[in-house]
Design a protein around this ligand. Sequence first.
Ligand code: SAM
Length: 334
Amino acid sequence: MRAALYAPGLGYYTAGATKLGFGGDFVTAPEMSPFFGAALADAFVGLGAAHVLELGAGSGKLARDFLAASNGVHSYTILEVSADLRDRQQSMLTGQKIVWLDALPEQIDGLVIANEVLDAVPCEIVRFHDNRYEQARVAVQGESFSWSWQPLLHGALLDAAKLRIPPIEGYTTELNLEAEALVATLAARLSHGVLCFIDYGFPRREYYLPDRSTGTLACHYQQRVHFDPLILAGLQDITAHVDFTAMAEAGVDGGASVISYSTQAQFLLHAGLLQRLESYEFARDAQRATAFGAVQKLLSPAEMGELFKVLIVAKGVAVEQLAGFSTLDQSYRL
Ligand SMILES: C[S@@+](CC[C@H](N)C(=O)[O-])C[C@H]1O[C@@H](n2cnc3c(N)ncnc32)[C@H](O)[C@@H]1O
């Protein structure tokens, strides 16, 4: 997954594929509607965060819309692992005072946003087979690839597998210790501030349900979804749903507190998305209809509203400043 997505110059995110948006392979919330970035700015206005760090900023639209809707942000920084996307972000955000980072800062103050980033962090596939846990590896076979399974005998992956993956013959799923490490590192480096992760996923008990026996790994190619990551290497997106229980635990391991876990719809409604939409002065009715249609997709339980979750963790004064989020919080589900 790492090579297929991030091999320099060859991977899906590092080479020149269109990737995001209606002309690419999949559409994310910032691609769908500028009101998404504006709602994020509104959601955290009470924090008075002077510094924003966005991870994996895609085309740069979220940064554009967040900045257009907010006052008082002194610095907006982006950490983007894809050089290709970084170039696109720099074109999209020409004239904005944005700094691109090459590594996570040692100390983080303010607001960190990661929309659909955790699902793109390379995960491991593990199965229960013949009374033991096995890790999927990818072997080269002539011109193509095939799966090769190796027993998990020790280590953190086996520990996580034993704790999370039901010992049902053939059960195959994902574990993403790298994404957990990313969240734990962000939390540990946070002095005063908030981490906001938005992504598709579930609490652990739903993720590893006995019935979900083939996992969540999926590939996106030209607006279609399929489940074979061994084809179209470097040309298609590969992604897995997020175990939000694991991410919340990682945040707590890094010394932060969970402020809120909610659906995207609840979060955006709390942020005042509908008020923003209603008060916007559209030049034409057709534009209004398009904007309402896009917002409907962000909110609808049949589209992104319920599958997408928002996890907010915080440290320092931010914990008190975000008290309003307690009405949303469903972290008892984690
Ligand atoms: C599915 S795209 C989402 C892009 C954008 N946030 C959006 O919503 O349109 C995933 C993004 O995360 C970036 N990414 C993946 N791993 C990352 C990491 N460890 N740190 C920062 N960015 C990362 C990818 O390069 C890509 O820009």
